[in-house]
Design a protein around this ligand. Structure first.
Ligand code: FAD
Ligand code: NAP
Length: 336
């Protein structure tokens, strides 16, 4: 069977790097997953849409490609609905499904690439909302035993681009289904973030619906972010660093216009893109890879480079940010 499996990962990572693995196995159901786990397809790695990974070499492992589909309403009352979604559904298509069913809660997370199963992994977030706001619970198969487990929101330990699955439970579970709690009438709409209000105003919308917000965000994202189909990338390469208020006040003596957002009484978030831009990296190219010309947080691949080139560029940026600002920036992207 093994020799018949596809091995080229180029079409399976949004950076578009061409590396090979032992074989790509598509997983269409929990039963199929349990069957594969009981056979000798080891070692293996799990892949959804490949929009948050950087491949840097051939992978001496099988790839379990999540294709578990299906959207079903499992509970409903006058105000809200619980929707159980197969982890292999495309996230943005699920968001569009929710809006077409007049359900609110996911509008700010429109147009994020990837699968539903990867959304809780790093608690995807955009425009002031993270998936944990609508998250209800998830089901996952324990890789060692093949048993099915349910995880509540509390157990998932969601944080800024973090969850238990990236930390203490790393590589231990295959997420198969995620259940979200969505609202028939919006609980609260968030549109004061970034350029959303500006776009709504330009369209003469003063009292936006969930749909209006989604459309505004789609418009902004399309205008700002490189489409991986055109230029390889995995979105923001680094997380935004959170530093102490004390360090921020010291830095502001030198950089009066340092942008910042309060996280708590004692800490602030600094946009990593600003730090990288200040150092002159925006738009630079090195060996067929580079930093996007409009968004300094996005590292790009122009077509015939190597994953190692992105890794080296990322390390160069990290070192320069550290030596100039004394701030550590860490990758958000999973490096394989
Ligand atoms: P993959 O890249 O396939 O996998 C990511 C990690 O999760 C890997 O470690 C993988 O092993 C693991 N994994 C995947 N599926 C499962 C599963 N079912 N069970 C267990 N482990 C699993 N992210 C944001 O948070 N906000 C944004 O606004 C955003 N914008 C983006 C814009 C662009 C243009 C791009 C390219 C990326 C962007 N991202 C953003 C990053 C990315 O879209 C998300 O992290 C997304 O959730 C990744 O989904 P995926 O299916 O592609 O995951
Ligand atoms: P932006 O609006 O230009 O803002 C730059 C940075 O400042 C963002 O990283 C954001 O942090 C922060 N920020 C802006 N307004 C804020 C506010 N009112 N409160 C708190 N923080 C604020 O960013 P962008 O690059 O166009 O991205 C827009 C949104 O999409 C952001 O939320 C971003 O995280 C998300 N996005 C994520 C990825 C990814 O791969 N992870 C890729 C593209 C876009 P936050 O990032 O913490 O929100």
């Amino acid at each position: 069977m093994n020799h018949a499996l596809e091995t080229n990962l180029k079409a399976y990572n949004t950076f578009g790097f061409e590396y090979h693995c032992k074989g790509i196995i598509r997983i269409f159901s929990v039963e199929m997953l349990q069957d594969v786990l009981s056979k000798n397809f080891k070692p293996f790695k799990i892949l959804g849409g490949g929009s948050n990974v950087l491949l840097t070499e051939n992978i001496d492992a099988y790839i379990l490609k999540n294709e578990i589909k299906g959207i079903s309403i499992t509970q409903e009352d006058e105000d809200q609905i619980l929707v159980r979604v197969g982890a292999g559904e495309i996230w943005h298509q699920f968001v569009m499904w929710s809006l077409s069913h007049h359900l609110s809660g996911l509008e700010n997370l429109s147009l994020i690439p990837g699968t539903v199963g990867a959304a809780p992994m790093q608690n995807i977030g955009a425009y002031g909302v993270e998936q944990e706001t609508a998250f209800h619970h998830l089901e996952a198969v324990h890789i060692e035993t093949g048993s099915i487990h349910e995880f509540s929101k509390e157990v998932c330990q969601f944080g800024y681009r973090e969850s238990i699955f990236k930390n203490t439970l790393k590589d231990q579970y295959f997420i198969t289904h995620v259940t979200y709690q969505l609202y028939k009438k919006p609980q609260s709409l968030h549109y004061s973030y970034g350029a959303i209000e500006e776009v709504l105003n330009a369209h003469n919308i003063s009292n936006p619906s969930s749909n209006d917000i989604a459309e505004a965000i789609i418009e902004i994202r399309k205008s700002k972010l490189p489409d991986p189909k055109t230029i390889g990338n995995a979105g923001s390469f680094f997380k935004n660093p959170v530093i102490s208020k004390e360090q921020f006040l010291t830095l502001r003596n030198t950089y009066a216009n340092l942008p910042h957002y309060p996280v708590s009484d004692t800490s602030v978030k600094i946009p990593a893109a600003w730090l990288i831009d200040q150092l002159g990296f925006k738009g630079i190219t090195r060996n067929e890879v580079g930093v996007h010309k409009n968004q300094a947080l996005v590292l790009v691949h122009y077509g015939s480079g190597q994953g190692q080139d992105v890794r080296m560029l990322a390390q160069e940026i990290q070192a320069k940010v550290k030596s100039t600002f004394n701030i550590e920036i860490t990758p958000e992207v999973n490096i394989w």
